[in-house]
Design a protein around this ligand. Sequence first.
Ligand code: NAG
Ligand code: NAG
Ligand code: NAG
Length: 520
Amino acid sequence: MGNPFNLFLLTVVMTCIWITEVASDEITNIFGTNDSFFSSFPRNFLFGTASSSYQFEGAYLADGKGLSNWDIFTHEAGNIVDGSNGDVAVDHYHLYLKDIELMEYIGTNTYRFSISWARILPKGRFGSVNIAGIKHYDKLINALIGKGIQPFVTLTHYDIPQELEDRYGGWLSPQIQKDFAYYASICFKYYGDRVKYWVTLNEPNVVAIRGYRSGLYPPARCSASFGNCSSGDSEREPFIAAHNMILSHSAAVNLYRAKYQGEQKGNIGIAINAVWYEPISNSLQDKQAAQRAQSFYMNWFLDPIMFGKYPEEMKNILGSLLPEFSSNHLQNGLDFIGINHYTTFYAKDCLHSTCVQQGPCVSKTEGYYLRTPTKNNIPIGEPTAVDWIYVYPKGMEMMVTYLMNRYNNTPMFITENGLGEMHQPDSSINAFLNDDSRVEYMKSYLDALISVIRKGADVRGYIAWSLLDNFEWLSGYTTRFGLYHVDYTTLKRTPKSSAHWYKQFILNFTRFEAVYRSTS
Ligand SMILES: *[C@@H]1O[C@H](CO)[C@@H](O)[C@H](O)[C@H]1NC(C)=O
Ligand SMILES: *[C@@H]1O[C@H](CO)[C@@H](O)[C@H](O)[C@H]1NC(C)=O
Ligand SMILES: *[C@@H]1O[C@H](CO)[C@@H](O)[C@H](O)[C@H]1NC(C)=O
């Protein structure tokens, strides 16, 4: 043992060195990513991973579940590129406890999943509640909470009971408002004591467009000039379906606010597919085209929910094709906006000019603009294996800024963001496990998110799409978005580099919080 006084001196000297280092280096490396980065995230920021019932659960006939529109659609030959379906998917229905262990490994504090409507109400409101379905999500929610993971629950993520299609044409009928409100009330009643984040609809804009304009998603309706459907009306039906989605959302929100929110103290919102559009030039026409692109895609839903009316750009172009709201019961109809953001495109005007040379314009029903990923043959961002994703992190910043300004800085969550890879039959699992491009993508988008949070945007969480590789809609199992690789023969899950990276990132953030925010 040495002289205690020397030990004391040594301690003083060491402390001084440490303090000096901290002061001069901004703690660049106690936490890896520096302190000014982490300190920009608000307290209690949610970091999560996402999934959805049809893409993950499988067990499509288990325990009294009814058939959904996606069950029917994927079973029709030719609809899915690899001829696959979600009958088994990644069997999350049975493996959810294992999957929660994977979340625990990463250290996320939220998990976004959706409830299968047909599992709870196989026949909609025309039949009884399936108690086995209720119990399944009960166990899932309890297991998550037991691990400190907040359930972030979507009521419908594309899949609806086929019964509602068969009875009255699904979203095309105002009757669905009643069904949706009933379904929502059951979920609030059974789960609302523990669920503090509700998303009514996932990407209603995509459902309206793909279900009723291009006919690529169920119920596969479109006009002959828009796609290959047996029936439909691409000019009219997307707006009718959307109108019923908006009113269904609003019915669920009104019900939640009137009967449940006071006691349950949760938040309710919607998740919109949010593509950023950069004007292809500085001309006023192209700037207006980019604005129209937002209005015809995103504000189409958010404006009625927030302001009680459709955007002016839409009314001007669509006239009577756009339904009217009969009463003024919509306004501030959400507590948060969920943003599913992956990519950016250029928009070029086609209303005042023709742009045939560069490619086909979107039609009247989408607002007359040319959507293109390139300008003078140069892509807007690095192209990726997924043909619709270009890496353009600035788009995240622009998108959040736009929503912050338009909707008075309503709280926002990034409810989806991520990168896919294409499955090659000859590629080994290792090609997927070393997913540095996904890590780079996430880093750059999180960096962009931090910049806009610093400018005052009220963003409260970031949820990566997706926890696992899964059934990617029309692409079947050919596109992999997971932080974990799934072997579709054995269903074995293996962490990719991105899972390890996200873990380290969250760990560093958690350490930062523990050191600097432990006082309260
Ligand atoms: C986390 O911190 C470690 C240690 O300082 C650092 O090496 C690493 O780069 C950081 N990782 C992330 C993802 O922030
Ligand atoms: C800390 O992070 C912020 C945001 O990412 C960055 O702007 C700044 O340059 C970083 N500082 C250091 C010392 O690395
Ligand atoms: C259109 O659909 C029919 C019937 O499903 C199919 O036979 C035909 O190949 C499709 N045509 C195109 C161009 O996809």
